[in-house]
Write a protein that binds this ligand. Structure first.
Ligand SMILES: NC(=O)c1ccc[n+]([C@@H]2O[C@H](COP(=O)([O-])OP(=O)(O)OC[C@H]3O[C@@H](n4cnc5c(N)ncnc54)[C@H](OP(=O)(O)O)[C@@H]3O)[C@@H](O)[C@H]2O)c1
Length: 340
């Protein structure tokens, strides 16, 4: 254990780094931003000045060689997650990689193997998992407050206006399911507490070849069905609803509640509605602090194959789209491309 802050570097000049994760590094205890990198040296210098990094690197390779940096935050386009995560781990850096962890389960497994070999931390930046409301929701369902869970519905949509956005780029592993549907898949797996065995989905595809809107189902071995709806061309909607034999839990602003107070609604069999209130938090800051604690605790790497299992379910949903909406066993789709 050490009292020194964990020294961070950031690969690329992503919006999410500027808006949420770098401010969270600055606000958190035990963490310090020391360097940023861009493919373009001038952009890197401007970004470093804007976000308060002492050092700027004109290439990703240069940042990986910076011995002042202990941990990397990696918010690159999805298709680049695996390559740069493995390179960063091989360069001796812990990695917090953006969601979805990679573009396929096979890539995720390579990343976990590299973390294991290096004895370094690798975590997927699913910030919503660190919100106390998410953790309480999962706890309540597992404690049986809804009786036996029968189904759940998770929805995440917003509108992408710019045709050059990485989310609309098939070669960068864009698409609605990769970008926002991955949250629904993740929360479904956490709530059900099992891995799905079958998938079925339909999608509307953009001219650029990614799924713009996708609606699908995951079937779990214990009999629960999860429906996942996601879109890059609809009004912002983030909701999770879990229905069991004895009640229903509903959450809105489920993945991005901001820093405001938020709630969950628990409706019991007799119709009584209990409102569960949660204080406002910065879930990005909680994620950074959780990462720092796991690095310092030496319990490495901590996540097993979780990211690979999320990509396995995503691959299954895409495989069903390609098969015209047929029911697809997930055991059959554990490799290959993850774009529609
Ligand atoms: N957890 C969350 O809340 C959250 C929210 C939004 C996005 N994300 C995830 O974060 C990642 C980045 O998303 P974003 O919207 O922030 O991306 P973005 O603003 O488009 O930034 C991506 C960065 O990647 C670098 N890059 C490297 N190769 C590139 C290429 N071929 N095309 C475009 N950019 C390239 C660029 O930096 P340089 O050119 O300067 O090197 C660029 O600034 C994605 O994986 C996304 O799923 C997570």
């Amino acid at each position: 254990m050490t009292d020194r802050p964990l020294r961070w570097g950031v690969l690329g000049t992503a919006n999410i780094a500027r808006k949420a994760v770098i401010p969270a590094i600055h606000a958190s205890t035990g963490n310090e931003l020391v360097a940023v990198a861009s493919r373009d040296p001038e952009r890197s210098e401007r970004f470093a000045a804007d976000v308060g990094a002492a050092r700027s690197h004109g290439s990703y390779v240069s940042l990986l060689a910076d011995d002042q940096v202990e941990a990397l935050y990696l918010p690159l386009p999805n298709a680049l997650h695996a390559e740069w995560t493995v390179r960063a781990l091989e360069a001796g850096k812990h990695v917090l990689c953006e969601k979805p962890l990679a573009a396929s389960p096979a890539e995720c497994r390579r990343m976990y193997a590299a973390a294991d070999t290096a004895g370094l931390q690798l975590m997927e930046a699913f910030m919503y998992r660190h919100h106390p409301r998410t953790q309480r929701l999962v706890e309540l369902v597992h404690a049986g407050v809804l009786g036996d869970v029968r189904w759940l519905h998770a929805c995440f949509s917003f509108t992408v206006g710019d045709a050059t956005n990485i989310r609309l780029n098939a070669a960068l592993a864009g698409g609605a399911l990769m970008d926002v549907g991955c949250y629904g898949v993740d929360v479904a797996r956490a709530i059900v507490g099992e891995e799905p065995s079958m998938a079925q989905a339909h999608a509307i595809t953009t001219p650029s070849g990614v799924d713009e809107t996708l609606v699908g189902s995951l079937l779990f071995p214990g009999g629960v069905v999860a429906t996942i709806a996601c879109s890059l061309a609809a009004v912002r909607t983030e909701s999770v609803e879990v229905i069991g034999t004895g009640g229903r839990l509903r959450v809105t602003r489920a993945f991005l509640p901001g820093h405001d107070a938020c709630e969950a609604l628990l409706e019991r069999e007799d119709g009584e509605i209990e409102r569960l209130d949660f204080e406002g938090v910065d879930q990005y800051r909680l994620m950074i602090e959780a990462f720092e604690r796991s690095v310092r605790s030496g319990e490495l790497p901590s996540l097993g194959q979780d990211g690979a299992m999320n990509l396995r379910a995503i691959d299954g949903l895409y495989a069903s789209v390609h098969a015209g909406g047929s029911l697809v066993p997930l055991s059959a789709v554990d490799t290959g491309s993850s774009s529609a």
